[in-house]
Design a protein around this ligand. Structure first.
Ligand code: CP
Length: 309
């Protein structure tokens, strides 16, 4: 039996290096199967999605991943059209969704929401983004992208720039990178440094430096992971306006980077990477989105198919 069978995926902190490498190997294995073999992996299984926040990539890549391995999907992508509007609780909604599906994918505004859902769900729960806390499947996609595009993760210098306070992908990525020997440089406006309540947890896992100036690191990093300033999470719009547009990666900055530095972004992008950069060999954020489909197919296969390997 594979160790992920019927398990929840709530936090990347629950994955050690060996488990991450198992997911990466299984992703590679699925990609080598022909489409008919691939569709046997989750034949007859149903994914239920429940999104309390907007999403393009995460929801659609789960949907597309499930179809690619023979399953189907149903769910609520806009809770304003669900009985949540009549006052139905998260607990009851999760219980109902777990009757209709074999695995539940949840995105919610609150930290702790996925762990709570896992406690009430009869079926495994996958965290598709919980408040500002975590986005573990994004981190698996990000680590897989680094491995595919750089050939390794150990030994790399990784710059993470932008909104490090509210960006949940950053926290999951940092916890995931804690399994590897990496040199991490965090670059943000002073007001958007990583949250002090998470610093201890991150420091236990890896060493990092902090800076407000992207120029200090731009010629040295192997991976530049750019994030959006998360306007919707600021309690005060005035504070958002002070940091809006703090970093814009354009061709001028790109010319200062190592020739083989890759640029990643969990997306959506607003203005933090100029569209001029898209056509360069360094831009890997659209490939990263594609890897998200493949890694999610692997996670679904491992969760729902006892003999996935
Ligand atoms: N990266 C990510 O979570 O994108 P979506 O919000 O579009 O799902």
């Amino acid at each position: 039996m594979n160790e992920f069978y019927q398990k929840d995926i709530i936090s990347i902190k629950d994955f050690d290096k060996e488990q991450l490498e198992t997911v990466f190997s299984y992703t590679d294995k699925i990609l080598q199967l022909d489409p008919i073999q691939r569709r046997e992996i989750c034949k007859g299984k149903t994914l239920g999605y429940l999104f309390y926040e907007p999403s393009t990539r995460t929801r659609l890549s789960f949907d597309s991943a499930m179809a690619s391995i023979g399953g189907n999907s149903l769910g609520i992508s806009d809770v304003s059209s669900s009985s949540t509007q009549k006052g139905e609780s998260l607990s009851d909604t999760v219980k109902i969704m777990s009757i209709y599906s074999d695995v539940l994918v949840l995105r919610h505004t609150l930290d702790g929401s996925s762990r709570f859902a896992a406690e009430v769900s009869e079926k495994p729960v996958i965290n598709a983004g919980s408040g500002t806390e975590e986005h573990p499947t994004q981190a698996i996609q990000d680590l897989y992208t680094i491995k595919k595009e750089k050939g390794k993760i150990d030994g790399l210098k990784i710059g993470i720039v932008g909104d490090l306070k509210y960006g949940r992908t950053v926290y999951s990525l940092l916890y995931g990178l804690g399994n590897y020997d990496v040199d991490v440089r965090l670059i943000s406006p002073e007001s958007l440094r990583i949250r002090s309540d998470s610093t201890y947890e991150i420091k236990k896992r890896l060493d990092f430096s902090e800076s407000t100036k992207i120029e200090e690191h731009i010629d040295d990093v192997d991976v530049l992971y750019v994030t959006r300033i998360q306007k919707e999470r600021f309690p005060d719009e005035e504070e958002y306006l002070k940091v809006k547009g703090s970093y814009v990666v354009g061709l001028d900055l790109l010319n200062q980077m190592k020739d083989d530095c890759i640029i990643l972004h969990p997306l959506p992008r607003i203005d933090e990477i100029s569209t001029d950069v898209d056509k360069t060999k360094n831009a890997k954020y659209f490939e990263q989105a594609e890897y998200g489909k493949h890694t999610r197919a692997a996670l679904l296969g491992l969760t729902l198919n006892e003999i996935a390997f």
